[in-house]
Design a protein around this ligand. Sequence first.
Ligand SMILES: Cc1cc2nc3c(=O)[nH]c(=O)nc-3n(C[C@H](O)[C@H](O)[C@H](O)COP(=O)(O)OP(=O)(O)OC[C@H]3O[C@@H](n4cnc5c(N)ncnc54)[C@H](O)[C@@H]3O)c2cc1C
Length: 303
Amino acid sequence: MSLFSSLKNIRGLRLTENVPLANMTTFRIGGPCRLICEPESPEAAIELFRILPELNVPYALLGNGSNTLVSDKGFDGIVIRPVSGGAAERLFGSRIRAGAGMLVPSLACFARDQGLAGLAFAQGIPGSVGGGLTMNCGAYGANIADVCESVVCVRPGGEVHTFAGSECGFGYRESIFRHEQLYILEATFVLTEGDSSAIAEDMRTYAAKRSASQPLHMPSAGSVFKRPEGYFAGKLIEDAGLKGYRIGGAEVSEKHAGFIVNAGGATAADVIALIRHIQQTVYDRFGVWLEREVCILGDVENV
Ligand SMILES: Cc1cc2nc3c(=O)[nH]c(=O)nc-3n(C[C@H](O)[C@H](O)[C@H](O)COP(=O)(O)OP(=O)(O)OC[C@H]3O[C@@H](n4cnc5c(N)ncnc54)[C@H](O)[C@@H]3O)c2cc1C
């Protein structure tokens, strides 16, 4: 039985074969996958994960693809990602529940409209709630972990488990979700009462800072490297003379050296070669090894 036929009866599961993953990442890079599965609801995702082990096929998780570099060969298996969008729900007190597919900026806007403070920092982070929690996304001194009360996940086999925020192993761009076979279904955030117009003002300030300092008009995956202890990756790369350095279509952004942009027709191989070049050059100049933040989907050589 084909993969498609095995899954086509799951209600609320969108299936598309041979999808070019480039279209599903902000880098706009990457080959196809055999099948993309997009659960429209937690129930559809749970049913998919229940039968996943029987399919005996490799699978990978994706959110909004804003921190992911996909191999040029793509991925010979299933890519699972929640249908993008969805609504958040205000819960008792100052809490909000959101599905994994909701975009982080939409969640920040929902919180603002509810007069709830604590997510203004996230207005310009172009990820999904699932990807944001996995990466513990953050900006301007705040991280999503700071406001995460609990996360509901499903494992292969279909077991659903709720993790308290303190059980998620959150660290700097880290969580257990990066390392364990857990698909995030939804999460609850605990915020503080605030004033919508003051929150909106904070969001405008952050948006202005971003557009002044980041190459938002070009395809990228945001900061490629983690911030090394005591340094800023972008500053090290700039001081190493690498701003504007290019391999194929991949270029160190002129605007923010911590970003690699797809300046036109970049391949994953170009990006990987540029990452290696940056790591080696910065190490030779400053003795600091830059650790990659961007996730890899598919088969690429180690970086
Ligand atoms: C212009 C730009 C600006 C950015 N600015 C910031 C910033 O200020 N701060 C910051 O932290 N990041 C920033 N990023 C990076 C990125 O937006 C964040 O890391 C974001 O949280 C990634 O979310 P995503 O849904 O796109 O994840 P993806 O890239 O799709 O996936 C990232 C990881 O999460 C996993 N994952 C995704 N969904 C799920 C799920 N439902 N269950 C389990 N695992 C899942 C994937 O398997 C992968 O390992 C920026 C990126 C861009 C392009």
